[in-house]
Design a protein around this ligand. Structure first.
Ligand SMILES: Nc1ncnc2c1ncn2[C@@H]1O[C@H](CCC(=O)c2cccc(C(=O)O)c2)[C@@H](O)[C@H]1O
Ligand SMILES: [Zn+2]
Length: 375
């Protein structure tokens, strides 16, 4: 096992991948063709599956922990590496909620959102759909109006200052039950609260013991209000959960969908109906949803003609970032620059950006790739 922390161009030195503990090669040492990491670093990209709180970098966590010194979340980056080492998905959620506990005021929400946008902009992310769980914040006492104002204020500032366009996916934390579903649907559909940047409605948290069909009425309400449906499914349970997401929750994209690879009919359905998968390779290893990267089914998805997008999920918690996920995907799919640019185009096409916005980012990708290949 290589020391990932020694990699010069890797993501922040936190996460599961470190000597002696990682279940497989996930991080910055993923062998890719010479020059490909540099190409990826400058490539304009869209990120479709990244969680708001799960994007809190050590820098952001330290700042929040300094505001709230009673928290059990360590602030030292080396200690965070251990803290962000998960035994299974339930342990991941437990740690995730301890970081949620650091976000206590509307100013914390604004700081987190604005700084996450800064980290995305540094990676040449032009457009991101950020999964936000408003229930977790409102139930901890943050005023709902102030919460919406804080994310919107940060969104507008980030677009003006970094040029990164942010949109929101509000997700139900399924394990928290139907009260959380009701609350999330209310916050997403009430015209007086619903933020301008909201485009979609999701479902996150553990899947085991949390059947998807019970959330149908809430997704129906969200879709009727004009939101897109993007539940997590098939991350920690089988392909039947992905079918439920499609048939009951009217999913237009699937978060993860990893277990779809076990059902050829499902793969054919996803390909035929152009339902994209939001693939997050390193996340699947870190939460132990997949044993090793070499066993990751991304290749099966591509072979079946499914529209694959590459995403980072909870990057600092998993010791990765979007650029590294593209490098991992390039290795698993044996891609060159053209292949990587095609992945970046997939994300733009699968996004909920308006047609003019899509054309602009696609054009940027083409211009960048042509200049690189010419030069
Ligand atoms: N890879 C992932 N796959 C799935 N979800 C993921 C992933 N990454 C991040 N998340 C997020 O994890 C949270 C889980 C929160 C949760 O389960 C919960 C349970 C009980 C009470 C409360 C509470 O707040 O009171 C919250 C969600 O917010 C979700 O957005
Ligand atoms: Zn996720």
């Amino acid at each position: 096992m290589t020391d990932h922390h020694a990699a010069p161009d890797g993501p922040a030195a936190t996460g599961l991948t470190r000597p002696g503990t990682a279940p497989g090669p996930t991080g910055p040492d993923a062998a890719v063709r010479p020059g490909l990491r540099e190409f990826i670093a400058g490539l304009p990209k869209a990120e479709l599956h990244v969680h708001h709180v799960g994007s809190a970098s050590p820098r952001i966590v330290s700042e929040l922990a300094a505001r709230h010194p009673d928290s059990k979340v360590p602030t030292d980056p080396e200690a965070l590496v251990d803290y962000f080492t998960f035994t299974d998905f339930a342990h991941f959620v437990e740690v995730y909620l301890s970081v949620v506990d650091l976000i206590r005021t509307p100013e914390d929400v604004r700081l987190l959102t604005y700084e996450v946008a800064r980290d995305l902009a540094r990676q040449q992310v032009r457009y991101a759909e950020l999964t936000v769980t408003p229930y977790s914040s409102t139930r901890r006492g943050i005023d709902e109006r102030a919460f919406m104002d804080a994310i919107e204020d940060a969104r507008k500032a980030a677009e003006a200052e970094f040029g990164t366009v942010l949109r929101w996916c509000f997700d139900i934390p399924g394990e928290a039950g139907l009260t959380s579903a009701e609350e999330t649907a209310r916050l997403a559909t009430d015209d007086r609260l619903r933020p301008e940047g909201l485009v979609s409605f999701g479902l996150g948290g553990p899947e085991i013991g949390v059947p998807r069909p019970q959330f149908k009425p809430y997704f129906d309400r969200a879709v009727a209000a004009g939101l897109h449906s993007v539940p997590h499914a098939g991350e920690t349970t089988g392909p039947e959960t992905v079918w439920d997401a499609l048939t009951e929750l009217r999913a237009e994209r699937i978060g993860h969908g990893t277990s779809s690879a076990r059902d050829p009919k499902l793969l054919a359905h996803l390909a035929e109906h152009r339902i994209p998968l939001e693939v997050c390779p390193t996340s699947n290893i870190a939460t132990r949803a997949v044993r090793t990267l070499d066993e990751h089914p991304i290749k099966d998805f591509v072979r079946a003609g499914v529209l694959v997008t590459v995403n980072s999920d909870d990057p600092p918690m998993f010791g990765t970032d979007l650029n590294n996920e593209y490098a991992v995907a390039a290795r698993l799919l044996d891609l060159d620059e053209q292949g990587v640019a095609a992945l970046a185009r997939n994300a733009v096409e699968a996004s909920f950006l308006d047609p003019a916005g899509k054309a602009r980012v696609l054009d940027e990708i083409d211009t960048y790739a042509s200049a690189w290949l010419a030069g």
